[in-house]
Ligand binder design. Structure first.
Ligand code: LLP
Length: 389
C-alpha cells in the first residue's frame, strides 16, 4: 500500500494554505474495504459524510458502492448530489429539523436513526403528511467507554446522544403502535479514533445482550448498526496508510452474533478519508524566541482545528528543505494562543517560503475549516488533476 505522496515541484506553485488529496490512497483504501467486507454476508458500510464532504471525495466513495451516513439535511443533499442512492443513506442526529426529516422522507432513505421519543413522534407525523412509512432505528447508549479523547467518546450511559438501554423496549413498542414508522433495528456509536479492538468487542457483547433481551420480548430486529470509530495511525501515517479493516470486520464477525437474515451496518468516516489528505502551508516567518524558535505558517486553526480542539497530533513534513533538522514550535497566524500545530518538533531547517505538509488531515480537516479572523476557506487540489512531469 502506498502512502500519500507529494509532487513537490507542482505543489509548490499552488497558493497556500490548501488541502491536497492523494486519490490513489483513497482508491486503495476503498478497494481494501470492498475486498474485506465482501467476505461477510449482509455487511454494509456507510461513509460518515461529516468526516469530509468535499464533492470529489464523495463521488469517489459513492462510485465505490458505499452508502452514506448523514447528520443533517445539508449532508443528505451533498450525498445525493454525489450519487449515493437514497436507499443507502442513514440519517442520525439528536436535533433533526422538520425540513431535514421531510428531505429524508422524500429520498426514501434507508433509515432514520432516532434519538428521542419526541423525534419519533415528529417523524411519524411528517411521514403521515407525506403518506409514507419511515424506516426507523433507535440509537441506544450501550454504556461502553471507548479509549479515546473525552470530546469524541459518545457511548456512555448519559449524554445528549441516544436512548438509554432501560427505555429501549418501551420506545420500540411505541414505534410499533405508530402507523407511519416501521421499526427496523438498533443503532450504536461509542466514539471515534478507536484503536483498541477490545472496545468493539465490548460493544459486540452489549449488542448480544440486548438482542437476547429483545428476543425474549418477541421483538424482531432486521438490522444492527454499530456506528463508526475505527482510528488511523496519526503517529506513523506513512507506515500505515490504510487502516486494518480486516481486523476490524473480523472483530465484529467473531463477537457480534447476528441473527439469520439480519444485516450489520457500519458508519466509517475517519478510517476511509483520514490518510488521503494533507494540509499544505508555507512558512511565513521563522521567529527566534528566547528559548525556542517558531515556524509561523500561513495555515492556522481555521484550516485544521484538530490540534487546537483535541490536542490532536498531525505529523509534519518540510517538503522543500533537506537541511539538517532543527527544533520548532509550528504555529499558525490566528489570534488565539491555542493556534499551535506542534511543539518541539524536529524538522529540516526551515526558511521563509518553505512548503510544509500536515499529514492525516483528510478527515475532520477541510470540513471543519472556518472563516474566523475573516480568512478564506482553504482550496482543495487532487493528485489526479495535478500534471506530473
Ligand atoms: N457515526 C456516528 C453516529 C458518529 O457520531 C460518528 C462521528 C461517526 C459515525 C463516524 O466516526 P469515525 O468513523 O469518523 O470515527 N471531529 C472529531 C471527530 C468527531 C466524530 C463525531 N462522530 C475529530 O476530528 O477527531
Amino acid at each position: 500500500m502506498s502512502a500519500i505522496s507529494f509532487p513537490t515541484k507542482q505543489l509548490n506553485s499552488l497558493s497556500t494554505p490548501c488541502y491536497f488529496y492523494d486519490m490513489v490512497v483513497l482508491e486503495q483504501t476503498l478497494a481494501t474495504i470492498k475486498r474485506e467486507v465482501a467476505a461477510y454476508k449482509n455487511y454494509e458500510v456507510h461513509y460518515a459524510v461529516k468526516a469530509n464532504a468535499n464533492p470529489r471525495i464523495l463521488r469517489a466513495i459513492s462510485a465505490a458502492g458505499l452508502g452514506a451516513d448523514c447528520v443533517s439535511g445539508g449532508e443528505i443533499r451533498a450525498a445525493i448530489e454525489a450519487g449515493f442512492p437514497g436507499s443507502k443513506v442513514v440519517f442520525a442526529g439528536v436535533g433533526k429539523a422538520d425540513w431535514e426529516i421531510r428531505l429524508g422522507l422524500e429520498h426514501d432513505i434507508c433509515c432514520f436513526n432516532v434519538e428521542s421519543v419526541p423525534e419519533l413522534e415528529v417523524i411519524n407525523q411528517l411521514a403521515a403528511e407525506a403518506d409514507k412509512v419511515a424506516r426507523v432505528a433507535f440509537r441506544i447508549n450501550p454504556d461502553v467507554g471507548a479509549h479515546t479523547h473525552a470530546n469524541i467518546t459518545t457511548g456512555l450511559a448519559e449524554n445528549k446522544f441516544g436512548i438509554s438501554m432501560r427505555d429501549m423496549e418501551y420506545v420500540i413498542q411505541l414505534a410499533k403502535q405508530m402507523e407511519h414508522v416501521h421499526f427496523v433495528g438498533l443503532h450504536f456509536h461509542i466514539g471515534s479514533q478507536i484503536l483498541e479492538m477490545d472496545d468493539f468487542v465490548a460493544l459486540s457483547h452489549r449488542v448480544n445482550e440486548l438482542q437476547e433481551q429483545l428476543e425474549t420480548a418477541g421483538v424482531k430486529v432486521e438490522s444492527i448498526n454499530v456506528g463508526g470509530g475505527l482510528g488511523i495511525d496519526y503517529q506513523q501515517p506513512t507506515l500505515h496508510p490504510v487502516p486494518n479493516f480486516a481486523d476490524y470486520f473480523a472483530t465484529y464477525a467473531n463477537n457480534l452474533k447476528l441473527r439469520p437474515g439480519q444485516s450489520l451496518h457500519f458508519e466509517l468516516g475517519r478510517s476511509i478519508v483520514g490518510q488521503c489528505g494533507a494540509l499544505l502551508s508555507r512558512v511565513l516567518y521563522v521567529k527566534q524566541g528566547t528559548n525556542k524558535q517558531f515556524a509561523i505558517l500561513d495555515a492556522g486553526m481555521t484550516d485544521l482545528i484538530r490540534p487546537a480542539l483535541y490536542q490532536a497530533h498531525h505529523s509534519i513534513l518540510n517538503l522543500t528543505s533537506e537541511e539538517p533538522a532543527q527544533t520548532y514550535d509550528v504555529v499558525g497566524p490566528i489570534c488565539e494562543s491555542s493556534d499551535v500545530f506542534a511543539k518541539g518538533v524536529m524538522l529540516p531547517a526551515a526558511k521563509r517560503g518553505d512548503l510544509f505538509a500536515l499529514l492525516s488531515a483528510g478527515a475532520y480537516g477541510e470540513i471543519m475549516a472556518s472563516k474566523y479572523n475573516c480568512r478564506s476557506l482553504p482550496q482543495a487540489y487532487y493528485s489526479d488533476e495535478i500534471v506530473k512531469d
